[in-house]
Design a protein around this ligand. Structure first.
Ligand code: PEP
Ligand code: MN
Length: 263
């Protein structure tokens, strides 16, 4: 079902008035973690003013250490719903297990499946039985074929609204947190009709590399970007080192708009 042979035309995923997979790129921005109601509401307004179309924020956080901040859980999802009410921006958030789906379906617009859960097949089947668009991140040790098979798990349960997201893979290189595999973009475009986003924040792990890799990802032909943004990255509860400010996001989106017009 995910394959280009099965469907020649690009899939377009509609989230309210936003269409992912059309010619103009979709910019999804927000903090790694939802930290408080004030934080997410204020940030939603700032990223909207910067020109982003959708808000991201983690409520359930798959942290490498069990002692790191684990996210606000359900409360984080309610805060995201409030931020959407205030800003009008649709929201994306990760769920880590099927038991979190009920609240997620009531509060958010797009369900994110994180890199660590890309091959959690029971979770994939569960989101495949919902009617919510699913943002499926690539596992950091998974091939493109395995990633497309994970998309297939969701599609085969009936949910056709899958958005892929390249977020960097593990290689021998240590200068960046992950190696952002931009060649995945043309490969996925050739093999599948599903839209593909790129996450330059997790892809590099370094805030100052985010603008250049964003431009490179768009040049490679992706359908949009997932970018971590925080008003005070140095104070962020998670992933501050790879997080840009709303002002930096605005500069980047202005540049993207220029680039897309030239094209
Ligand atoms: C995230 O988007 O904050 C996240 C945890 O991403 P990934 O699953 O790609 O590590
Ligand atoms: Mn993060």
């Amino acid at each position: 079902l995910a394959s280009r042979q099965n469907q020649a035309a690009n899939s377009v995923i509609t989230v309210h008035d936003i269409q992912i997979g059309t010619h103009s790129p979709t910019i999804i921005a927000g903090p790694c973690s939802v930290e408080s109601l004030d934080q997410i509401v204020e940030l939603a307004k700032e990223i909207q003013a910067a020109g982003a179309q959708m808000l991201r924020g983690g409520a359930f956080k798959p942290r490498s250490s069990p002692y790191s901040f684990q996210g606000l859980g359900d409360r984080g999802l309610y805060y995201l719903a409030e931020a959407r009410k205030v800003s009008g921006l649709p929201v994306v958030s990760e769920i880590m297990e099927a038991s979190q789906l009920d609240t997620a379906c009531d509060t958010i617009d797009v369900i994110q499946i994180g890199a660590r859960n890309m091959q959690n097949y029971s979770l994939l089947k569960a989101v495949g039985r919902t009617d919510k668009p699913v943002l499926l991140k690539r596992g950091f040790s998974c091939t493109i074929e395995e990633w497309l098979m994970s998309a297939e798990y969701i599609l085969s349960e009936g949910n056709q609204q899958v958005i892929l997201c390249e977020r960097g893979i593990r290689t021998f290189e240590t200068a960046t947190r992950n190696t952002l595999d931009l060649s995945a973009v043309p490969v996925v475009k050739e093999r599948s009709h599903l839209p593909i986003l790129v996450d330059p924040s997790h892809g590099t792990g370094v805030a100052r590399y985010v603008p250049s890799m964003s431009m490179a990802a768009l040049a490679a032909g992706c359908d949009g970007l997932l970018i971590e943004v925080h008003s005070h990255p140095e104070k962020a509860a998670s992933d501050g080192q790879q997080t840009i400010t709303p002002a930096e996001l605005k500069l980047l989106i202005d540049k993207i708009n220029l680039f897309c017009k030239i094209e």
